[in-house]
Design a protein around this ligand. Sequence first.
Ligand SMILES: Nc1nc2c(ncn2[C@@H]2O[C@H](COP(=O)(O)OP(=O)(O)OP(=O)(O)O)[C@@H](O)[C@H]2O)c(=O)[nH]1
Ligand SMILES: [K+]
Ligand SMILES: [Mg+2]
Length: 321
Amino acid sequence: MTTAQKIKDIEEEMAKTQRNKNTEYHLGQLKAKLAKLRRELITPSGGGGGGPGIGFDVARTGIASVGFVGFPSVGKSTLMSKLTGTHSEAASYEFTTLTTVPGTLTHNGARIQVLDLPGIIEGAKDGKGRGRQVIAVARTCNLIFIVLDVLKPLKDLAILTNELEGFGIRLNKKPPAITVRKKESGGISSIVYVPAIFVLNKIDAISIEELDLLYKIPDSVPISSQLWLNIDELLEVMWEKLNLVRVYTKPRGQQPDYSSPVVLRRGRCTVEDFCNAIHKEIVKQFRTAMVWGTSAKHSRGQKVGLDHVLEDEDIICIFKK
Ligand SMILES: Nc1nc2c(ncn2[C@@H]2O[C@H](COP(=O)(O)OP(=O)(O)OP(=O)(O)O)[C@@H](O)[C@H]2O)c(=O)[nH]1
Ligand SMILES: [K+]
Ligand SMILES: [Mg+2]
């Protein structure tokens, strides 16, 4: 029997078994077996686990991407499904998610891709489970949600940070002024600096007093993905960390269109970037632009060229040749 068949059999048995005091132990054992089999399924037979994972690379959409990294069963898929409306299987056994599951959410007019990922375990960077593939996807994200179980956040955070560091990912750190090229184990030769939010999930399982202590962890947001608690704060912090720039277009002689901003990334938010985000041809026809908002010198607006750097919530009117 293949591992997949064994998994199917156990899942069927679990579905058939009524949940009560008498079956609790039996169900627990089935769950443990299931987790073991699913872990087998994702463990590369060669041992190395360095190759590209099937289904791990997904088409990128949206202006920015958020990747979910965490131990198994911390609630990544529950959160992802509710945030995006895209179903990602969630269950009480470990390694439910076996590959990248993409979804999108729109926040402040920006389309953001969310990537649910399989759980990783200690030793992931050295090829345990599909750790390498998971971390390789996380490397390419604009923001990482480190999803943690609120009952043991600090211990898990230390392990995960170490796993990611071993793969050349620095969380919430600024790159040094001079970049030193360092050869990391496993052939990753460059270091990436990625912002992260430490999502402390399952706060429905703790007391108010314990919750107060959690607020001391920097860059953390306590939530309950199951009961949908404090998700507003998570989205707010996500928005801050993504560092996106919304630009509202004002057609000549009309009011600005506040409903659908052009969203740019900081560092790539000149007037030229704005034009290119709309259509490649616009730059060729560009004569000048009027800008209102934080980046403009005067409150009555400023006349600017293609190299002017825009700020979040600026308003722009383009004049063509
Ligand atoms: N109490 C509580 N349970 C939760 C919460 N979020 C998820 N769970 C439960 O935790 C279990 C695991 O949830 P998943 O969403 O499958 O977790 P995951 O991190 O995607 O798991 P893997 O894909 O196996 O790595 C399920 O039984 C969920 O119902 C929460 O906020 N509170
Ligand atoms: K799970
Ligand atoms: Mg999952």
